[in-house]
Write a new protein. Structure first.
Length: 235
């Protein structure tokens, strides 16, 4: 019951913020006033305020008082993406999400990539090629995700970068298991090479085309893998 009350108080505080009853930099009412407003104990209120602080909505300043921070897209991603991906992530759903993100991210990468970005991509592509000839699927998975993350970084779109960073951190183990099951490169080297060439030549539509083909192939193979693990999850 106590946990539920904390969540209800947190939801009420968050709704108050989202309704723009207060603006960034404003000080929230005193704990006593908030306790009276929400009819909760001080311990319950403090637990709810602490959750807001951890998620980046508020900050406590020296001298006392809780103040609203500027709420931007990164705060919402910090809240939503880990919750979505850490709750027994389904590899097929994650790869479908990645497909949607990466096709557009690589289009931007081909438009915006700097010489430094391209140098990083060349180095990571070489690592991917080398790893594809080894049997260590954890290293191969990590190198491949690093290459895809570098493509998102080259887009210079902070939302794509943030999303791919979180996905990379959370999916290495399940990608390793998938690649162990496949026992092959699944054509990544070819598609990575074509994508890299398109980025180097600043050809956004061609880069998006090859990423679409690459991720479609991976999604199809993941669908089969997930279906073999548990036929109820195949879709």
């Amino acid at each position: 019951m106590a946990t539920m009350l904390v969540e209800q108080t947190y939801d009420a505080l968050l709704q108050m913020i989202l309704n723009k009853s207060y603006r960034p930099g404003d000080r929230l009412p005193s704990e006593m006033a908030l306790c009276d407003e929400f009819q909760v104990s001080r311990n319950t209120l403090r637990a709810a305020l602490n959750k807001l602080s951890v998620l980046g909505f508020t900050e406590t300043r020296q001298g006392g008082g809780t103040y609203l921070r500027e709420v931007d897209s990164e705060v919402y991603l910090n809240f939503f993406v880990p919750a979505a991906l850490t709750c027994n992530p389904n590899l097929l759903e994650v790869m479908q999400l990645r497909k949607g993100i990466e096709v557009e991210a690589v289009r931007l990468a081909a438009e915006n990539a700097s010489e430094e970005d391209i140098a990083v991509l060349r180095r990571l592509f070489a690592r991917c090629k080398e790893a594809s000839q080894q049997t260590d699927m954890e290293e191969f998975s990590s190198d491949n995700l690093d290459f895809h993350f570098a493509l998102a970084t080259a887009s210079h779109n902070m939302l794509y970068i943030k999303l791919m960073r979180m996905i990379r951190q959370m999916t290495v183990p399940i990608m390793r298991d998938f690649l162990n099951d496949q026992g092959a490169d699944i054509d990544s080297t070819f598609y990575h090479g074509m994508i890299l060439q398109c980025v180097v030549e600043h050809k956004p539509e061609e880069a998006a085309f090859f990423m679409q083909r690459h991720m479609s192939l991976v999604v199809d193979r993941v669908r089969g893998y997930v279906g073999r693990q548990d036929p109820r999850k195949e879709s």
